[in-house]
Design a protein around this ligand. Sequence first.
Ligand code: SAM
Ligand code: SF4
Ligand code: SF4
Length: 438
Amino acid sequence: MKKISCRFLQRAIYYAPDELRHCCQRYYVKGKLMGDVKVLSAKNNSDVSLENIIKAKNELIEKINKGEKTDCYGCPLLEKAEWKKVEDEKFDHISIEHHAKCNMRCRYCSDTYYGGKLANYDIQKSLNELITNNKIRDDVQVAWGGGEPTIVKDFDKIIELVNKKIKPKTQRFFSNAINYSEIIAELMKKNEATLTTSVDAGSIETFKLVRKVNQYEKVLKNLKKYYEQSPNNLIIKYILTEDNSSISEIESFVKDMKKYGLSNANFLISSNYYDEKLSLDQGITIIYFHHLLIKNNATTCALDEHVRPRINKIASTLLNENRLLEKYPDTIKNIIQDLKEKKKSVKNIIVWGVGPYANLLLNNSVTFAESNVEFFVDSNPHKQGKKFRNSTVLKPDQILKSNLPILIAASFWYHDIVKQIKSEYKVDTSRILSSSII
Ligand SMILES: C[S@@+](CC[C@H](N)C(=O)[O-])C[C@H]1O[C@@H](n2cnc3c(N)ncnc32)[C@H](O)[C@@H]1O
Ligand code: SF4
Ligand code: SF4
């Protein structure tokens, strides 16, 4: 029987110091930031038992299906579908953020992540319980955050447990890169991990203002070291905030990427999730930023899941209000004009990716509003053959049977999909639609 749920309620677990969470989704309902939904309070080992996790997940799903107002209220990821019972599911997403110790104090972050709390429970014990009960799916993704993952005492032990017993095909590390971790670099080299580091500044001064430490150059040096080990698996992020979004700051960031030999890296443009809206100037900055990075030979540059819904809301104004552009130089006016022209080339498209990001793109984009999606593909075998927006999801090799442009509907895995299109399917990258199309 069909019921309302989401993939995180069904199959994800996020370990925080004093609670377990279902997700790290963030969205707004009537001006209120929602998401980051709690499974249970974790005061000791018995609180985080598998039995308690399943029970709490079931209780929340039941309330949602009774129409009660829950912490998931208004979430765009809720979907009525043939979901399994939670007890019959296996976890496909485990996020290890069981401490709040950090060597930075970013202005956009909070005590929740850098306040110093350590886990009230033994995370290794809990992971072992999932392993011994065969509750981990073969395509599980393990993500590492915190706090700063590289500075906690038990980092080496937990990573050993994950590598030896969970053996995820891929792990996602979120680190500020003040430290260089040989373990992370080794996993990246073996194509078993990606590292995402936010830089958020194009100068020592702005870095100090945003991140509260004087470590701009050290972070860039460490990113260069990671890049030399594994260029494909490094993602350099930039969270746009009111402190670092000027044209001159991002131009300076792009220059420094060149100086440190990082121009060819993968980039991700993000925004502060505490800001419900992007300003029109931030919208222009994002489009220009994307253009500059690609012009400087970035391998990829994507807009993340915070930017995408926010830029969708202002896209029409950005593309159509010429007055807005008056104060900007001709280069920027021309970039916006080019984006407007793109609409003609996207009448029929193929979409790669059937996650929430695909809905974000297709439901609200000014440019894609009138596009016809010929078919969807996804590399995850668990998604192939299933229905998405009334189409059956196909295997990626179907892109070889067509010459249509490909829209990559993903943010975090954008670089990986580009790699597959180029290396595995040998498809000309000119078929990939720019991720700056809004
Ligand atoms: C809380 S951090 C922990 C990991 C690590 N210390 C780091 O900064 O990468 C996890 C992720 O959340 C992102 N993040 C934190 N606060 C944010 C905010 N207000 N808006 C958008 N992203 C944010 C960080 O950039 C990082 O990628
Ligand atoms: S429905 Fe949304 S808020 Fe609730 S667990 Fe799923 S992703 Fe998180
Ligand atoms: S480095 Fe990460 S955890 Fe630390 S303060 Fe910044 S965003 Fe928060």
